[in-house]
Design a protein around this ligand. Structure first.
Ligand code: ACO
Length: 339
């Protein structure tokens, strides 16, 4: 028998402060129309000062554990670009907030691809019999690294968190699917030659070692939007195609394309490249913006809460982000009890 991972529970959390485009248009040279037309975003949520990534992560994590019917899990994996501190990792703090002191807890940093990478490492923990259950969280307070003087990034990102509980299941040696909720295989990749395209230049060892005072704005997130757009569609299309082939699925088998929510135009271009119809594209970017590592589990939980999935639905997950990094996997939707 071999062990693999199944989805056992899901949850998400958004901070209460909703910021519509019109509000941003009073603070910088932009408009509701530009933001909607170029990105598909209508609003996003920003955490209040004092609320950190671990707070959002713990809320989403608690909801996912409740959905799984579990008071405890064996490990916590957190994907985030906005850790509470550069050191230590944020996951142990999240585990402590959830009453899970003593359990292994670590961060995964792959920017917007972080959740897919975190899922892959969690599946590895389960497959190697290190643990029987893992809480995988994507959480961001991206508002803390946005440059208020940069309209090209400030209008895109939002804060939030999404989480999944995975549990181990046995399948036979022939690799027969163990049933609904199965996650994997995966396709993961990176290209560090593109690290300047999506970056926060200051605050790391590179800048500290150089003993240079950071240039103005270097402490904030920056992105070469147009080049990233092109690469996002190409890389995700290739990665998603690779994982479909590994899973033995055709594009026509996909009930939902559940990708990182970076830009509605990217989602539609990707669907077109893969030959998946628009009505199978999961999109919540209008309501929440780009929540980076949180975006896939947040979109999945909101769709689940709305009753959009039925057990057995086949989902294709794909993400692209800073690094550059990309990754894809497939998931067969389980029979989760509706909250
Ligand atoms: N309001 C009004 N005008 C704006 C704004 C704004 N907020 N932002 C840019 N503009 C202007 C630009 O100055 C430019 O004006 P110009 O033509 O006079 O020079 C014009 O709009 C077009 O700018 P572009 O950058 O070409 O706009 P584009 O259509 O490419 O949209 C965007 C920009 C939304 C950033 C898009 O490129 C994008 O979504 N890129 C990909 C994002 C992504 O996938 N990121 C990866 C994941 S994120 C992560 O890893 C953290």
């Amino acid at each position: 028998m071999t062990r693999s991972a199944v989805l056992a529970g899901i949850g998400s959390f958004l901070p209460p402060r909703c910021v519509p485009n019109a509000q941003l248009a009073t603070q910088m040279d932009t408009s509701d129309e530009w933001i909607r037309m170029r990105t598909g975003i209508r609003q996003r949520y920003f955490a209040e000062p004092g609320t950190t990534t671990s707070d959002l992560a713990a809320e989403a994590g608690a909801r996912a554990m409740k959905s799984a019917g579990l008071a405890e899990v064996d490990a916590v994996v957190l994907a985030t670009t906005t850790p509470d501190r550069p050191c230590p990792a944020t996951a142990p703090a999240v585990a402590a907030k959830l009453g899970l002191v003593g359990r292994p807890a670590y961060d995964v940093q792959a920017v917007c691809t972080g959740f897919v990478y975190a899922l892959a490492t969690a599946c590895g923990l389960l497959a190697m019999s290190c643990v029987d259950t893992v809480l995988v969280i994507g959480a961001e307070t991206f508002s803390t690294i946005l440059n208020p003087a940069d309209r090209t990034t400030s209008v895109i990102f939002g804060d939030g968190a999404g989480a999944m509980v995975l549990r181990a299941t046995e399948s036979d040696e022939a690799g027969q699917a163990p049933g609904n909720g199965t996650i994997g295989p995966f396709d993961l990749g990176s290209d560090g030659t593109g690290r300047d395209l999506i970056t926060v230049r200051a605050g790391g060892a590179e800048q500290r070692r150089s003993c240079l005072t950071p240039a103005p704005g270097d402490e904030y997130f920056s992105m070469a939007g147009r080049e990233v757009f092109r690469q996002a569609v190409e890389r995700m299309a290739r990665s998603a195609g690779a994982v479909l082939a590994r899973a033995g699925w055709q594009a026509g088998d996909v009930d939902w394309l559940a990708c990182h929510q970076a830009n509605l135009r990217i989602l539609l271009s990707l669907a077109d490249a893969l030959g998946i119809p628009e009505n199978r594209v999961l999109a919540n970017i209008a309501e929440v913006g780009n929540t980076s590592a949180a975006s896939i589990p947040l979109a999945l939980d909101q769709a689940h809460q709305a009753g959009r999935f039925k057990p057995g639905d086949r989902l294709l997950l794909s993400a692209f982000g800073g690094g550059l990094t990309w990754g894809s996997t497939v998931l067969t939707w389980p029979d989760l009890t509706h909250p």
